[in-house]
Design a protein around this ligand. Structure first.
Ligand code: G6Q
Length: 559
């Protein structure tokens, strides 16, 4: 919110950006590069093992200062300060937003309700580390005296996507004798497939749920409990094979888990920002305390950069402002995330939640309907696979799709030439998206090609031309490690925060997921009734009844 509580579209900088947009919207980046050989130098920033090259964007030297003015007029500095110091900026839930405190590596206190929360945070981290070491060394034994070799994290949304993505990303740092599985879907085949090959005697189940009321998670947790008890035949086994991560002590106890085996976190940690908390327990078990601390450190270093660097050199601020530039001026609708690092293959899915659950909102923090586009559709997949799938549309479709290309400089694999191929492909894509290929170049390429078609070139030529001028950011990571990953994830978190401030949204609630949950309960109830339902619309009634009839028929056949 700015001082006069106006929408950001009323700010003076917005008006200037509108005029600026008219001047630059038709400029081609190919030309901008040809007239300014220093473009890379001007439009790139480096921090903590990350290099952001944003020169392949549709901007001139005027654009970034104007966008930074917009951020200043939207009071970004004040909002940033308010978040870090623990003000209740999640106004609809009356909560502070302090995932940054979870990775506070300094000795600065952080206050919530006049109490320094750092000692509590450190004590949970210590407890996680102590427990994880016992699992990693084999000191913790299962009910029958065997060491734990498999860990299942049962959780969904924020209690799944973050830990799963980090677990995959840090594969080279895994404990060699431990394997972590993630169950989220309430579709029984998910848990079935995971449990089937496992031995309950050597399996530890982590139930990760902030509220401990989530239907999918609890129902999977009961399936796992049943599976274990059927095989080990002793309620006492629960204590050795089940732990919980939650804010809800009572519900954890009601499930039968001793509070000694519960790892706590707090209402000021949003689900999708919680991998840094005890929700990261599966990560600590897999990669060890030192590596988890490095993950926190990397994030903390990005937090500091975000707080201290001038906007013009501030990585998350720049990425956020470029997003605003396309979303609100060019009116693009989506943003692609293309990691050219197989270990980051789940990053797009993680960011879909982080971004779209935070900023996919049409009412501002004061409850007023907004009249400007807010959060874009975030999507993507691992880059090289995408090239053979949907990149056609990026190059020659009718929609402009700004995108981030994320590439590691050094590989963890033994196959350097494979990495060279991967790297070349990533840069070839950003170059092609920026430059395109005009008609003369297309003719020349065809002439030079060994396999040139002898006849009919003129009929085909338009299909082979690329207009280019498609914007991309290139993010180079020195090497994917706990520390660089921490920085990368915090970078995106802050990007999302900055955009939320400018759009005047509360990025930390998620009311949009409630209605469906509520209706699902009603429909489940209808399915269990002995008669058909008439309480919904005609479509929903018919579909519910069709399903009900099918399962009733099936059970009659089975009986
Ligand atoms: C994230 C959301 C949501 C949440 C899940 C799981 O910000 O709040 O994705 O993480 O619904 O909730 P529980 O952890 O409470 O089971």
């Amino acid at each position: 919110m700015n001082k006069k509580n106006e929408p950001f579209t009323q700010l003076p900088a917005y008006g200037k950006l509108k005029d600026h947009y008219v001047r630059v919207k038709n400029l081609h980046m190919r030309r901008l590069f040809s007239v300014d050989p220093n473009r890379f130098k001007k439009f790139s920033v480096k921090h903590n093992g990350l290099l952001l090259d944003y020169s392949k964007n549709r901007i001139t030297t005027e654009t970034i200062p104007l966008l930074c003015d917009l951020a200043r007029e939207a009071n970004l500095e004040q909002w940033r300060e308010r978040m870090f110091r623990g003000d209740k900026i999640n106004n609809t839930e009356n909560r502070a937003v302090l995932h940054t405190a979870l990775r506070n590596c300094s000795d600065k206190p952080v206050y919530v309700r006049n109490k320094d929360i750092m000692p509590e945070i450190r004590s949970v981290i210590d407890k996680m580390q102590y427990f994880s070491e016992k699992i990693r060394t084999g000191e913790w034994k299962g009910h029958t005296g065997k060491r734990i070799t498999s860990i299942i994290n049962i959780g969904i949304g924020g209690s799944d996507l973050g830990p799963k993505m980090v677990y995959q990303a840090l594969r080279p740092y895994h404990h060699k004798k431990l394997r972590v599985y993630f169950v989220s879907n309430v579709d029984g085949v998910h848990i079935d497939e995971i449990l089937e090959p496992l031995n309950p005697e050597t399996t530890l189940v982590i139930i990760s749920s902030k509220t401990f009321t989530t239907q999918e998670t609890l129902s999977n947790a009961y399936v796992a409990r049943e599976w274990l008890l059927q095989r080990l035949n002793d309620e006492k086994a629960i204590a050795k094979h089940f732990v919980a991560v939650s804010t809800n002590k009572k519900a954890v106890q009601a499930f039968g888990i001793d509070s000694q085996n519960m790892f706590e976190f707090w209402d000021w940690v949003g689900g999708r920002y919680s991998l840094w908390s005890a929700i990261g327990l599966s990560i600590v078990i897999a990669v060890g305390s030192d590596n988890f601390n490095k993950l926190l450190l990397g994030a903390n270093e990005m937090d500091e950069h975000f707080q201290e660097a001038p906007f013009e050199q501030n990585m998350p601020v720049i990425m956020a402002l470029l997003g605003i530039w396309y979303n609100n001026f060019f009116k693009t609708e989506s943003h692609g995330i293309f990691p050219y690092d197989d270990y980051l293959r789940s990053l797009p899915m993680y960011l879909e939640q982080a971004d779209m659950e935070s900023n996919g909102k049409s009412v501002d923090r004061n409850g007023r309907k907004v009249d400007y586009p807010t959060g874009p559709i975030i999507w993507g997949t691992s880059g090289i696979n995408g090239q053979h799938a949907f990149y056609q549309s990026l190059h020659q479709g009718t929609k402009m799709i700004p995108a981030d290309f994320i590439i590691s400089l050094k590989t963890h694999s033994h196959y350097q030439e494979q990495h060279n191929i991967l790297f070349s492909n990533a840069l070839a894509q950003t170059e092609a998206l920026m430059r395109g290929r005009n008609i003369d170049e297309t003719y020349a390429d065809i002439q030079a090609s060994k396999h040139r078609p002898v006849t009919g070139i003129s009929k085909r030529i338009n299909h082979m031309v690329f207009e280019g001028n498609n914007p991309t950011n290139t993010l180079l990571i020195d090497k994917l490690s706990p520390r660089t990953l921490g920085s990368l994830l915090a970078l995106y978190e802050h990007k999302i925060f900055v955009q939320g401030v400018i759009w005047n949204l509360n990025s930390f609630d998620q009311w949009g997921v409630e209605l469906g949950k509520q209706l699902a309960k009603q429909i489940l109830n209808d399915i269990h009734q002995p008669y058909g339902t008439r309480s919904h619309d005609a479509s929903t009634n018919a579909l519910v009844n069709y399903y009900r009839d099918t399962i009733t028929e099936n059970s009659a056949i089975r009986a």
